[in-house]
Design a protein. Structure first.
Length: 243
């Protein structure tokens, strides 16, 4: 290839890169405008029932996939996991702040707090998947709530209620082997409370109230989510749960 041909090729590459950069900028601007339009359009909102069911389906899929890999740990990995658990047991809680991320390690649980969400990551062990459905009984809900759905599988047990004003209340208990749960805490009011002797997060954002906590040595993860419900009622529901 001659020097002229090399220069021509470089010119064409540079021109193509500039055109693609302009296209990317235009598409990005159009995407931002569409996002703002959808944000201001009430009809574009995802129904809360669909949002809840999709989140449950994603959690099940991720938990099953991770649980399948849990049984394939080598003996060396098991020893390292035991060593890590031993260190965590001694330290109990280690908080490391790096830029916008905070990590808390306690036994088999890692909590990561980001700008937009809080993630509960339950570290897999060598026991493999859990085949027994978690036990959950609801002892109390406000009088105007009626049970509309309930079910369980080897991963999760759940109850869904509707109020007289058609507001959704969802209560669930999940096995945690290899599970990761993301909680929306962006611009939310977050408070730490005690639920049946366990440390829980109470999240209030707009009309949504969410209470989440790990229990029984981090082997279970419980969640109560309600719209247009008093936080004190959510705490009373949690206090009356049996699991």
């Amino acid at each position: 290839m001659t020097r002229h041909e090399q220069l021509q090729e470089r010119y064409e590459d540079a021109l193509f890169a500039l055109l693609m950069d302009e296209l990317a900028a235009a598409e990005g601007q159009r995407a931002e405008e569409e996002k703002e339009r959808l944000r201001d359009d009430p009809s574009a909102a995802v129904p809360e029932d669909l949002d809840r069911r999709c989140a449950r389906l994603i959690r099940r899929h991720v938990a099953r996939r991770r649980a399948r890999t849990a049984g394939r740990l080598t003996w060396r990995a098991v020893k390292l996991a035991a060593l890590a658990a031993g260190i965590a047991a001694i330290l109990l809680t280690t908080v490391c702040a790096a830029s916008e991320t905070v990590r808390v390690n306690t036994l088999n649980l890692m909590i990561e707090v980001f700008e937009t969400n809080t993630e509960f990551r339950f570290i897999s062990d060598a026991r493999g998947s859990v085949e027994t459905a978690p036990q959950l009984e609801v002892g109390w809900v406000p009088d105007d709530y009626v049970l509309t759905d309930q079910g369980q599988d080897h991963f999760e047990t759940w109850y869904e209620y509707r109020s007289a004003e058609d507001h959704l209340l969802s209560i669930s208990c999940s096995n945690t082997t290899g599970m990761t749960v993301g909680i929306d805490t962006e611009n939310a009011e977050v408070e730490y409370v005690s639920v049946q002797g366990e440390r829980a997060m109470l999240i209030q954002k707009n009309s949504r109230v969410e209470l989440v906590w790990p229990a029984h040595g981090n082997s279970l993860f419980l969640s109560i989510i309600g719209n247009e419900i008093d936080p004190s009622d959510v705490l009373q529901i949690a206090a009356a749960l049996r699991y």
